[in-house]
Design a protein around this ligand. Structure first.
Ligand SMILES: Nc1ncnc2c1ncn2[C@@H]1O[C@H](COP(=O)(O)OP(=O)(O)OP(=O)(O)O)[C@@H](O)[C@H]1O
Length: 650
């Protein structure tokens, strides 16, 4: 570049009057004394040099002993050879230029490194802590006029080597590198999108949604989670008692058909605010032996069993009710609703959408063919039967839950499609312990466990045939034999063979390698969720930065009694950066929107990158060339000021 194009730095009064940049370069009256005092009190020899910066000054040597980099030949420098890192602050101030030349008054870029201030509780969380502390940056400012536009450069040849500028140290502190890892940890690790891990399968080309969409959670996961959230916003039923013991906001659970025996509710705990599923047993006397059994159920803590918390009796419903309190799992569906009820998704439906159960004994049930076998074949042909992998997944999870219950010396005694719930891919045995409360007589647990095995066999058979009418065992087994593997058929036969003594542990060899398939599927799902979690952490980090910018940019109030606060000093630069981020236009004046650019710029800001960005004033008269690292300091300092003002006594 032609050196003659560089102009000597002149005081800010040399700027065009209309340029807002003038306020940025000169803000002696607007700089709050508090900030200056605070800065001074926090200065140390390592962090103070900017306090005495002059225009176009090479500031005191960098804290790390290393050769001083040579400034570019065309730049004018006023070095301070007499200052060394050990020079006391007073000595530096004694040599400081006249007050009007203090660059701290003109250029607050990296004026000082604000000490970590504890945020008031209501403040948004700041960025995740950097692994290294951001030191002050020695700043030199140049201005350059190109074709009538004045460019202001904050150049700093030392800064690339300044410690803590997110540049990984050559010799990282012991313990920073995880054992077994070779290489240096990136200081940007907490500021950059890591990308999709290689172990996740690549997205099919035809489904590629464009780069912007890859920053956000895919629709499949999002809708699953939103569905659960929606469930939480169900409105409580005003007909019900306002509170029942420690629970309020009782909401009848979807699908609970009012009947005289039991009702299910979702309720909110009055102290913790957490949701629970309540099962009320109407007009039920609490048996004396109840507490022992309930205590045993409370100890059953398994991912495939809905956890029972406690049980109480109440007259709040106008009768003597027993209420059992369980974990609440949002957006649950029973197996009955999901796979077997009329209109269940994937069911065999006629032109009107009615579900055809080929085994239904209901004479009025719609039958496409007179012969039941034909109906069965039609069910197969329609693809109404569940894939075998789904059945094995159900069986693996159900046997796992049942195993936990039986090992605890308990029995379900109510295992059927209405008492198994699922959300996502997870199956859970629901309402455990209800049978113990209702049938309070002493039962033979061994016998009850055998009945559980038979119930599991009937449930498996019903799911395989997509019917609740399994009375015609031969026809059902025929369908299973036609449609599924011999292993599945044998497992169902084993479960239903009431003459032999069966145990859940005996099922394991029959499940065999399908167990590994189930584990593999779960691990893949966990991988996908972890990857989404990592993305959302990044998005949360960028949201915090956006919040800070939103709080600082163009505040209309008189912050610290300064009406022009948001238009001057650091804030002016942040305003220009906001314009650069969100209001860029193409050469022909159209808004230029590029989410990748936005994310990249925000990441650079969060990471305090040394990359430079050109910020143009709105009058297009001047361009400020500034590093993200400097912008980050401006943002932190300005946000800190707003926080202080917010916390100050009126
Ligand atoms: N722990 C739970 N968390 C959230 N929802 C649940 C839970 N347990 C069951 N549910 C849901 O509650 C609804 C009602 O369950 P419930 O067992 O009362 O069904 P039901 O068909 O009315 O049975 P019943 O006739 O025995 O009352 C179902 O949609 C079920 O998915």
């Amino acid at each position: 570049m032609d050196p003659s194009m560089f102009l000597q730095y002149s005081p800010p009064t040399g700027l065009p009057q209309e340029s807002k940049l003038a306020t940025y370069m000169s803000r002696s009256t607007s700089t709050p004394t508090r900030s200056l005092n605070q800065a001074m009190s926090n200065l140390s020899m390592e962090s103070s040099p900017t306090a005495i910066k002059k225009t176009i000054i090479t500031h005191p040597p960098p804290p790390m002993p290393q050769p001083m980099p040579q400034p570019p030949p065309m730049m004018t420098h006023l070095p301070h050879p007499q200052f060394s890192p050990g020079t006391p602050l007073q000595a530096i101030l004694a040599h400081a230029p006249p007050p009007q030349m203090l660059i701290g008054e003109f250029v607050p870029i990296n004026y000082f490194n604000p000490p970590p201030m504890p945020l008031p509780p209501e403040s948004p969380q700041s960025s995740p802590p950097n692994p290294m502390v951001m030191p002050p940056i020695n700043t030199q400012v140049h201005q350059e006029n190109v074709g009538g536009t004045t460019y202001f450069y904050s150049t700093n040849p030392d800064s690339m080597n300044a410690p803590g500028l997110n540049v990984p140290p050559l010799n990282p502190p012991v313990g920073m590198v995880p054992e077994g890892c070779i290489g240096v940890p990136s200081a940007y690790a907490s500021q950059m999108y890591a990308g999709v891990p290689a172990h996740l399968p690549p997205m099919p080309a035809q489904n590629k949604p464009g780069l912007a969409a890859t920053f956000y959670t895919p629709e499949t996961i999002r809708s699953e989670i939103y569905q659960r959230n929606e469930d939480v916003f169900l409105q409580p039923d005003i007909q019900l008692p306002e509170t029942v013991e420690m629970y309020a906001e009782l909401t009848p659970l979807e699908g609970s058909n009012a009947h005289s025996l039991a009702t299910s509710y979702r309720a909110t705990h009055r102290v913790s605010g957490e949701h629970y599923a309540l099962r009320r047993l109407h007009a039920c006397a609490a048996p004396p032996a109840l507490l022992n059994r309930i205590e045993a159920w409370r100890n059953v803590d398994h991912p495939n069993v809905v956890r029972l918390h406690h049980c109480f009796t109440t007259k709040d419903f106008g009768d003597h009710s027993v209420v059992l309190v369980y974990d609440y799992h949002p957006a649950c569906m029973t197996l009955m609703t999901k796979y077997l009820a009329t209109g269940a998704p994937g069911g065999v439906t006629d032109g009107n959408g009615a579900f055809h159960d080929p085994f239904s004994s209901d004479p009025d049930a719609p039958r496409p063919y007179t012969h039941q076998k034909n109906a069965m074949l039609r069910a197969v042909a329609c693809g109404a039967l569940l894939p075998e992998a789904v059945l094995w997944s159900l069986l693996v999870q159900l046997t796992a839950g049942l195993r936990a219950i039986h090992t605890a010396g308990l029995a379900c005694r109510s295992l059927d499609a209405t008492k198994v719930v699922m959300n996502g891919c997870r199956i859970r045995i629901a309402w455990g312990g209800i049978a113990d409360v209702i049938h309070n007589s002493n039962v033979d647990i061994t016998q009850a466990q055998q009945e559980d095995m038979t119930a599991l066999g009937r449930l498996a058979l019903g799911m395989a045939c997509r019917t609740v009418h399994c009375d015609n065992l031969n026809a059902c087994m025929d369908l299973v034999a036609r449609s599924y593997s011999a292993d599945l058929k044998n497992l169902i036969l084993y479960l239903l063979s009431a003459t032999t003594r069966r145990s859940v542990t005996d099922l394991m060899p029959m499940i065999g390698a399908r167990f590994y398939t189930q584990v593999e599927a779960l691990e893949r799902r966990a991988d996908a969720f972890e990857e989404q979690l990592a993305r959302e952490i990044d998005n949360g980090r960028l949201l915090r930065i956006l919040i800070k910018m939103g709080v600082v940019n163009e505040r209309p109030d008189r912050l610290n009694l300064d009406a022009s606060w948001s238009e001057t000093g650091d804030r002016y630069m942040l305003k220009l950066f906001r314009d650069y981020l969100f209001h860029s236009v193409t050469a022909d004046g159209r808004p230029w929107l590029d989410q990748a650019h936005l994310a990249s710029a925000l990441n650079s800001l969060d990471g305090g990158s040394l990359a430079k960005v050109e910020l143009m004033s709105r009058d297009e008269q001047s361009v400020l060339v500034v590093s993200y690292s400097e912008l980050k300091h401006c943002l932190e300092a300005a946000f800190e000021e707003v926080m202080q003002a917010a916390g100050a006594a009126p």
